[in-house]
Ligand binder design. Structure first.
Ligand code: CU
Length: 93
């Protein structure tokens, strides 16, 4: 029983790091024509990326219409061909 619980915890914690990591950022520019968001993001632990301003791709299905430069947000991302695509985006209150 104990082993089962430990195994389950390992699965959950690795899931949290790989799939459900939220990163805080601030939108600098939205380029819908090129499907990109310029984002000033905080440190990203899972890929050890320090805080910086850089472009992110916008995953298909993600609607960014209600966002504008200056918005403080948190987001999740996936790595596609070495580039980071934002998959989930939320405004911070
Ligand atoms: Cu970066």
């Amino acid at each position: 029983m104990k082993k089962t619980i430990i195994a389950l915890l390992c699965v959950l914690s690795s899931y949290a790091v790989i799939a459900a990591e939220w990163v805080n950022g601030e939108i600098v520019r939205i380029d819908t024509a090129r499907n990109r968001i310029m984002m000033k993001h905080e440190y990203i632990p899972s890929i050890k990326m320090h805080a910086m301003t850089m472009p992110f791709g916008i995953s298909s299905g993600l609607n960014v219409e209600s966002y504008k430069p200056g918005d403080k947000v948190r987001f999740q991302f996936k790595i596609v061909d070495g580039a980071l695509d934002i998959t989930t985006l939320e405004k911070l209150k």
